[in-house]
Design a protein around this ligand. Structure first.
Ligand code: PLP
Length: 405
């Protein structure tokens, strides 16, 4: 890469802000990724593929999701008008299904019979197992041993859906190790197998594909807000783990400079503590999981353990396009602590009667801070990436209430 001119680098697909992204993978996977890339770019302009995709999004996933005017929160906070993009109402309770439907459909067209995926808390594993069941495909999920112990209910759910769950015992036995194991599995068996990547991360073309399949969020919200308010939002807010719901929430607004884009990272016990997952604020440039991006790592490039109360946000890296949007100043990234997110979990439940995922509540907590500083004729669209039923027991525990699980 060093010998390329700047123009050549910019022209390379999957390189963001001349720096991030790329394909840092073993040679054995290159051919497979090229096939995926070609199929994706052909199929996304194919009317039959589009018809199949839309049919599943509408009739299986329950799209379009609502754009809900949060009247009580708006009045209580006394500033900008707040709209919530309700991805929590999708089948399986989060935005993940949008991406999984798209990638599984691609796999089907590539003639693959077997889906593999990594999962941290189990949300992406459950979504992948769901589609595998629907499509009659084999499904194997790689999950850190630590996580299989912590998330027994989701392990059972995946098995119920017909998937096989492999506990990963390498490294610290968490999400980052599960991704390594899944990439390895794919490198050793790709003839019949497709790796359904869970977020806007990994080697090209995954960040672009995941963005494409999640961009339905912003395409819908733009139209829905136009119908209700006949205008663009002033600000779009979404939580960032690997960055898939956020990049999908931003996608259709990136070329509208008047729309401020804010990604909310999990600061854990504090952005400046060592128990954090605030990758953009605290990370440095590195290469991991097949991409160049920002990572929480030590001086030797060893990935640091990350921490957040929300299992869906504790990833030590971030999608390359977010690293680029931050570098270019097009999007802003802020941190929200565990305490702030838990407070927002209770706030939105009591104000709006919505139990939102603790991941999404990081975005809600930021809205609580920023809305009062904005004027009443301004509009915020905040993505609720998922529903919070899965979090009730652990939040109760955090608050010192012991309920039987
Ligand atoms: C997985 C998950 C996230 C984090 O993933 P992104 O790729 O950053 O969107 C956020 N919210 C919910 C509900 C999730 O399940």
């Amino acid at each position: 890469m060093k010998n390329l001119t700047e123009a050549q680098i910019t022209k390379r697909p999957g390189i963001f802000a001349d720096t991030y992204g790329g394909q840092y993978i073993p040679e054995t996977l290159m051919t497979e990724l090229e096939k995926v890339d070609k199929a994706f770019h052909t199929l996304k302009d194919d009317p039959d593929f589009q018809a199949e995709l839309h049919d599943l999004l509408i009739n299986y996933a329950n799209r379009p999701s609502l754009l809900y005017y949060a009247k009580n929160m708006t009045e209580d906070l006394g500033g900008a008008k707040i709209y919530l993009k309700r991805e929590d109402l999708n089948h399986t309770g989060a935005h993940k299904i949008n991406n999984v439907i798209g990638q599984a459909l691609l796999a089907k067209h590539l003639g693959k019979k077997r889906l593999i995926a990594e999962t941290g808390a189990g949300q992406h594993g459950v979504a992948t197992a769901t589609i595998a069941a629907l499509f009659g495909m084999d499904c194997e999920i790689f999950m850190g041993k630590e996580d299989t112990d912590r998330q027994k209910l989701n392990v059972y759910r995946m098995e119920l859906l017909g998937a096989k769950v492999h506990p990963v015992t390498t490294g610290s036995m968490v999400l980052k190790d599960a991704i390594n194991a899944t990439l390895q599995e794919w490198a050793s068996r790709s003839e019949d197998t497709f790796y359904v990547m869970g977020s806007a991360v990994g080697p090209y073309p995954f960040p672009e594909m995941v963005k494409y399949f999640q961009s339905v969020i912003s395409k819908e919200s733009k139209q829905q807000l136009k119908a209700k308010e006949n205008t663009l939002p002033d600000m779009v807010v979404a939580c960032v783990g690997g960055g898939s719901n956020a990049i999908g929430s931003f996608a259709d607004y990136i070329d509208d400079p008047s729309v401020k884009l804010v990604g909310v990272e999990a600061a854990g016990k504090g952005v400046n503590s060592d128990q954090t997952a605030a990758t953009i604020e605290r990370g440095s440039v590195g290469i991991f999981h097949g991409m160049k991006s920002l990572f929480l790592q030590n001086e030797d490039g060893q990935i640091n353990p990350v921490y957040s109360i929300s299992a869906g946000l504790d990833y030590p890296g971030v999608g390359p396009e977010h690293a680029a949007l931050a570098k270019e100043g097009r999007a802003q990234y802020v941190g929200i602590t565990d305490d702030e997110a838990v407070q927002a979990f209770e706030y939105i439940a009591r104000q709006e009667g919505i139990v939102a995922a603790i991941e999404s509540c990081h975005a809600v907590a930021y809205v609580e801070k920023i809305a009062p500083t904005m004027s009443k004729d301004q509009i915020i669209v905040c993505t609720l990436s998922g529903r919070g039923d899965k979090d009730v027991a652990s939040i109760a525990k955090y608050k010192g209430v012991d309920i039987d699980e």
